[in-house]
Write a protein that binds this ligand. Sequence first.
Ligand code: G6P
Length: 605
Amino acid sequence: MCGIIAYIGKDRVKDVLLDGLEALEYRGYDSAGLYIAGAGPIKAVGPVANLRKKAALMPDGNLGIAHTRWATHGKPSEANAHPHTGRGSIWAVHNGIIENHSELRQKLMGEGRVFASETDSEVVPHLIERAMERGASFEDAVFETVRVLKGAFGLAIAHRDAPDRMVAVRMGSPLVIGVARGGRIIASDAAPVIRHTRDVVYLKDGDVAIVSADSHRIFSFLKEAVSREGETVPFGAEEAKRGGYEHFMLKEIMEGPEVLRNAIRGRIAKDGWRVKLGGLESNDERLRSIERVVIAGCGTSYYAGVVGKYLIESLADIPVEADIASELRYREPILTPKTLLIALSQSGETADTLEAVREAKRKGAFTLGIVNVVGSSIARETDAGIYNHAGPEVSVASTKAFISQTAVLALVALFLGSQRNLGASRRKEVLEELSALPEKMERILANRGLVERIAKRYAESGSMLYIGRKYMMPLAYEGALKLKEVSYIHAEGYGAGELKHGPLALVSESFPVFALAPRDSVYEKTLSNMEEVRARGADVIALVTEGDAEASRIAKETIEIPETIECLYPALAAVPLQLFAYYAAVARGLNVDRPRNLAKSVTVE
Ligand code: G6P
């Protein structure tokens, strides 16, 4: 995820910026750049060390803005790295996504402005410069500009001819101001700030801050003064990288609501029932001819693929197979030009998934990548793509990537459905519910103390069984995978209907069962399965819809999630499963973020 550091003050700006960029490296990035007023910009692809080398030749100054970029719009390159400018007077660094960038860009180009990058961000300095050329002051031009931007943006902006101040803007993308002795810092999180000061002011959405070396004033987008309390950062540098959480895994689980917002941002048309996915729209004809879908992935991505199968079959009415990529590539699969192969991968580098893509291409299938890492191998080699925009995932166990994948797959299912028989009202219903998920997920996360207590209680179990039906079956697999990965407790996931065909023989008093039983179309059946295992003496931990007294009577422990429509329960149900595995691992004193024997990205067979 992109990082921002900007500084104005007495210290050596170059050092503050470069050290700050290094402190932001943990967020993941592909290129970096900085602008120092009076000294100009420098940019470099790759590690901050590359930028540092270039900076050695550059004069210093007393105001500068800098950025680590994680590509979203446009490949990693110097031209796409920030800071961006229009005609050289305004320089800006940006985190987030500007949804209406293409219409703004068209308009600005129509007026003769020349764009140097493929980014959504570049519209910002152009708009500010245009307003200034029309007579506005620097600050007023910023106010004017932020009011026309749609989407999420954290901005730090410098004006070549105003070296006494810079401007910070926050809308949906965090920013903090550090109040140091010799100057002020603007940053995307506290990590690069705390080496200078622990006194900070967190901006809120809709804030514009005008920052000089010894003061800052905060306004609304309508230029009304607002006041924000200062705070003291209570944690150290390492913890700051984890957003103040003990582990990346918990930080990443807590990012779920934001991840959902990023997955759907700009992808729902104003009418509320059309899905806008550039990668699919540009292949409209080809996708209409598809008669079968095959989804390939590994690990957690494969389980998201099974959710995708259910989604696409129910919403788009196309037969779908979800396949483990390592099986698909070797089992002589039937893939034809009328097959759509969807490759699901957080990293975009998983060897088996990449090979499945190559096999599909050899056989003439149309390939679509749903990938988180921009510019990764799968993103490059597939015929069309959709990015998750989930930001880097550091912890080995996939958490936020899974949540994002289920949301993107719902969008894909709706898109394919719209090409076939799926009515507008059903599409609207799903999209409205999808938009309501982030807030519902926040409620689950606020209740994580309960999951922690239950996980601690079962942390010494020798084995656990996870059961669920329909959309909850892949979630049962995923819950069990999460538990074994991070807590090393043996766990199995099963379709609850399969209980009598084997796993029931395992169930006893010392064999807790995690039952996934939200109020969906198979709820009653799952309830019967819960009764069956309870009758054999097992403790049942049930994941249920809020207010479900019936399931609570059977279960020993109940974790509630808010109500949603059946096909969207996977995103919500994933969160308590992730938290349960996390807290069980913590209770066992394990290295949660780096489980033994596992790698984040499996680039070899
Ligand atoms: C590894 C990771 C898993 C991940 C899987 C697939 O096993 O530990 O968390 O789900 O690879 O990775 P991908 O990057 O293709 O989603």
